[in-house]
Design a protein around this ligand. Structure first.
Ligand code: SER
Length: 304
């Protein structure tokens, strides 16, 4: 039986993984540095991912054999304090690696991001393995984690699996401090009939993915035989690409009379260093990834 530890479990992805696993027969221990605002459907223990001894005790106590390590300071928040962001992103990663080696953990899921790319990556259509010069501390830490994942696999056989997520769209659970957050903010503004000031310019095209596809992709990647995986860093995945003005038009075409202003801030520079479109053919080939939610299906779900 899979016995899963989720770190950063109260974040956007963590809460959705908990919901997903509720319907399956795996055991889940959720951990976070925060306290849940309402009761979760699984076991919860408050734990700081920088506290290696505490995590190690929990892994032993709950006989964990799989880890979803979701702790991270995202791109925009990361720029406010790069040193502490690096510390959290990398030292928590390193703790998970050491604990996994010590406790014979079978598999680890660790999300990477489109933030690993940079302006030298051919941003119009980013391939699986272009040049990469990330411009945020978040991107630098994700790229370092990718390289370490590959290193630890080759050195110790540690099975870390990873996806380079684009912006993830969920309206029940909110992201915290990312550059793609505008899409969720604009959708929630439409739902709440309020005005919205977008922090990116109208024409900023970025790749996005509906939350169900994000969870589905991780579950699929985690369930294939390792020998099928030709990439030991992280796989490109994508749903669809969209600009804020295209999203505004889509929202209007569904009858929402929303007033949107555009006032790009420091996040514009981050977005300018990120892909417009992603080539996810390696994921399709290696583990049969397929996306179910385009923009239409996503908005049908968001406004249902
Ligand atoms: N959604 C993330 C961010 O904007 C990208 O991985 O930081």
């Amino acid at each position: 039986m899979q016995r899963i530890l989720i770190t950063g479990a109260l974040g956007q992805l963590g809460l959705e993984f908990i919901k997903y696993f509720e319907k399956s027969d795996v055991y889940v221990l959720a951990t976070d540095i925060r306290t849940p605002s309402e009761k979760l459907s699984c076991e919860f223990e408050k734990a700081d991912a920088l506290d290696k001894d505490r995590l190690d005790q929990l892994v032993k106590k709950y006989k964990i054999n799989t880890i979803y390590h979701l702790v991270a300071v995202l791109s925009a928040n990361g720029e406010k304090n790069p040193f502490s962001s690096w510390n959290l992103n990398m030292n928590s990663f390193q703790n998970i690696v050491e604990i996994s080696l010590d406790n014979n953990i079978k598999k680890i899921f660790w999300p990477s991001s489109i933030a690993v790319f940079g302006t030298d990556s051919n941003l119009d259509f980013v391939s699986q393995n272009p040049s990469m010069s990330p411009e945020t501390i978040y991107g630098v830490s994700k790229l370092a984690g990718e390289k370490l994942s590959s290193y630890y696999f080759n050195k110790f056989g540690l099975d870390i699996r990873s996806l380079r997520y684009p912006g993830i769209i969920s309206t029940d659970t909110l992201p915290g401090g990312g550059t793609t957050d505008y899409i969720i903010e604009m959708l929630n503004a439409a739902k709440n009939k309020s005005d919205y000031t977008c922090f990116l310019s109208e024409e900023t095209k970025l790749p996005m993915m509906y939350i169900d596809d994000a969870i589905d992709a991780a579950i699929k990647l985690m369930s294939v035989e390792r020998k099928k995986l030709t990439i030991s860093t992280s796989y490109n995945v994508t749903g669809f690409s969209i600009t804020p003005s295209e999203l505004e038009n889509q929202i209007r075409s569904r009858g929402f009379d929303i007033k949107i202003d555009y006032k790009p801030d420091f996040r514009q520079k981050i977005a300018n260093s990120w892909p417009k479109k992603i080539d996810d053919s390696s994921s399709i080939k290696d583990w049969e990834w397929s996306c179910n939610f385009g923009i239409k299906e996503t908005l049908d779900r968001v406004f249902s």
